[in-house]
Design a protein around this ligand. Structure first.
Ligand code: ATP
Ligand code: MG
Length: 391
C-alpha cells in the first residue's frame, strides 16, 4: 500500500504575502528537514504539500515528527493513496485504518471532492464509506458533531487519499519569509523562547552569545549551543557567534559605579550584537526581555538599553508572565536544558543594588568614564562562529 504525508497550509496565512515566495520557502525548508531522514519527493498543489517516500522502509513516523516542527504548516496527516475508483476506495478504508477504528468509539466520514469530474458527489462517497466501516464494526457509533475519529476521503487530481484525524502543525510562517534577525541568547529560559517565537513568525535567525571566561565556564557555552540545537529543529540551522566579554567587563568594573554595571553591560551587548547582526544581513535584534521581570527590565532600564542599539530590538515576551513563558519552553522542549545550573556573564560582577530606574543621562555619564570602543571592537573581532544544526 502506497502512503504519503499530506501537509496543509491555511489560506489565511497567505494574506498579504506573496504566494509563490511563501511556497518556495516552505518547500525548501521541508526538503532540508527531510534530507537527513530518508529519501522523499516533495511536491505541492492546491494548498497541500505531498511528501512521498521513495523506498518501502522510509521512516514515515520520524519524518512526521520532524515536519511537525516546520513553520508554515497548519496540519499534517499520513494518508494512503488509492486509485480514483469507488470500489477501490471502499475496499481500502478498513484495512488501512483498522488500528484507529478499533481505538475509537465514535466516528464520522468526511469526503472532499476537489476533482469535480469524479462521478459521485461528496455526501454519497461519505455515506458509502461509512456504511462499509459500520458493517465491519457494528459497535462503532456515528457522531456527526464531535467524533473521536474522523475518516477523510479526499478525491484529488491524480488519486484518492484516505486518512484518519490530522495532527497539528507548528503554524506560523516558513523560515526566512519575514526577514532575518539576531537573537541575544543566554542559557536562561526566556531567550530560547524569544528566538522560537520570532522564527515562528517567519524570521530566519542567527544568534549572539556573550561569554566571560574564566568567570563563565565552557559548560555554560555548551548549554547555549544545546538550546540552539533544540530551536534549530524549528528554525533550521543557526549560526551562533560567541563573543568574549571578559576584558570589557573587567574595565567596566574598574571604572564605573557598581549600581550601573548591569545596564552598562546590556548596552555593550546591544552594540556588539548589532555589529554582528549587520554583518549577517539582519534587520533587528531579538531579546528575551519581559517587562518588570528583573531590575534590568523596568521600562526605564529597557529604554536605556534600546538607546544603545542602532537596530530595532524585538522583544516577543515583553508582556508575558513567567508562567506563560515556561509553558512554551516546556512545549518546545528547551525548559529542561534551560534550568540546568550555569553562570551567565550577567551574573559576573552583579551589583548588590542595581539601579532599577536609571536615567539615560546618568548612564551616559557613567559610560563616558572609560574608552570602551577598542574593547568592543576587539570583542566583536574575536567572536567565534559555530553553526548549530538540528539533531
Ligand atoms: P534569559 O532567561 O533569556 O536569560 P533573563 O530573564 O535571565 O533572560 P536577563 O538575564 O536580564 O533576563 O537577560 C535579558 C536578555 O538579555 C536575555 O533574554 C537575552 O536576550 C539577553 N542576554 C542575557 N545574557 C546574555 C548573554 N550572556 N549573551 C547574550 N544575550 C544575553
Ligand atoms: Mg539570563
Amino acid at each position: 500500500m502506497q502512503e504519503v504525508i499530506l501537509l496543509k497550509y491555511g489560506e489565511l496565512i497567505l494574506k498579504g504575502l506573496n504566494r509563490p515566495q511563501f511556497e518556495h520557502k516552505l518547500l525548501k525548508r521541508i526538503r532540508n528537514t527531510l534530507r537527513s531522514c530518508g529519501t522523499f519527493t516533495v511536491t505541492q498543489a492546491q494548498s497541500t504539500v505531498y511528501v512521498e517516500p521513495q523506498d518501502a522502509d522510509a521512516p514515515i513516523d520520524d519524518a512526521i515528527r520532524r515536519l511537525q516542527k516546520v513553520f508554515g504548516i497548519v496540519s499534517l496527516v499520513r494518508a494512503c493513496v488509492v486509485e480514483k475508483d469507488m470500489d477501490a476506495i471502499e475496499a481500502a478504508v478498513v484495512p488501512y485504518l483498522r488500528d484507529e477504528i478499533e481505538q475509537a468509539k465514535t466516528f464520522r466520514v468526511n469526503a472532499k471532492r476537489a476533482d469535480k469530474r469524479f462521478p459521485l458527489p461528496s455526501p454519497e462517497i461519505a455515506r458509502r464509506v461509512a456504511e462499509r466501516v459500520g458493517d465491519a464494526f457494528p459497535d462503532l457509533q456515528a457522531d456527526m458533531h464531535a467524533p473521536e475519529l474522523t475518516i477523510t476521503v479526499e478525491i484529488r487530481d491524480t488519486a484518492a487519499y484516505i486518512h484518519a484525524n490530522s495532527l497539528p502543525g507548528a503554524g506560523g510562517m516558513p523560515s526566512g519569509s519575514c526577514g532575518r534577525a539576531a537573537v541575544l541568547i543566554s542559557g536562561g529560559i526566556d531567550s530560547p523562547v524569544a528566538a522560537y517565537m520570532m522564527a515562528r513568525r517567519g524570521m530566519s535567525v542567527c544568534a549572539v552569545h556573550f561569554a566571560s571566561p574564566p568567570y563563565t565556564s565552557p559548560r555554560a557555552k555548551a548549554k547555549v549551543l544545546d538550546l540552539l540545537k533544540i530551536v534549530s529543529a524549528y528554525s533550521g540551522p543557526i549560526a551562533c557567534f560567541v563573543v568574549p566579554f571578559t576584558a570589557l567587563q573587567e574595565q567596566l568594573r574598574a571604572h564605573c559605579k557598581e549600581e550601573f554595571f548591569t545596564i552598562l553591560l546590556r548596552r555593550f551587548m546591544m552594540r556588539a550584537a548589532a555589529r554582528i547582526a549587520e554583518g549577517q544581513d539582519c534587520a533587528a535584534l531579538i531579546t528575551g526581555e519581559s517587562i518588570g521581570q528583573v531590575a534590568s527590565q523596568t521600562i526605564e532600564a529597557i529604554t536605556c538599553t534600546q538607546e544603545a542599539s542602532p537596530l530595532p530590538v524585538l522583544r516577543p515576551l515583553i508582556g508575558m508572565d513567567k508562567e506563560e513563558i515556561i509553558r512554551i519552553a516546556r512545549r518546545i522542549d528547551t525548559f529542561e536544558t534551560s534550568i540546568l545550573p550555569y553562570e551567565d556573564c550577567c551574573t559576573v560582577f552583579t551589583p548588590r543594588h542595581p539601579r532599577t530606574r536609571p536615567r539615560l543621562w546618568d548612564v551616559e555619564q557613567e559610560e563616558a568614564k572609560f574608552n570602551f570602543t577598542p574593547l568592543l571592537d576587539a570583542a566583536v573581532e574575536a567572536a567565534e562562529k559555530i553553526v548549530v544544526c538540528p539533531e
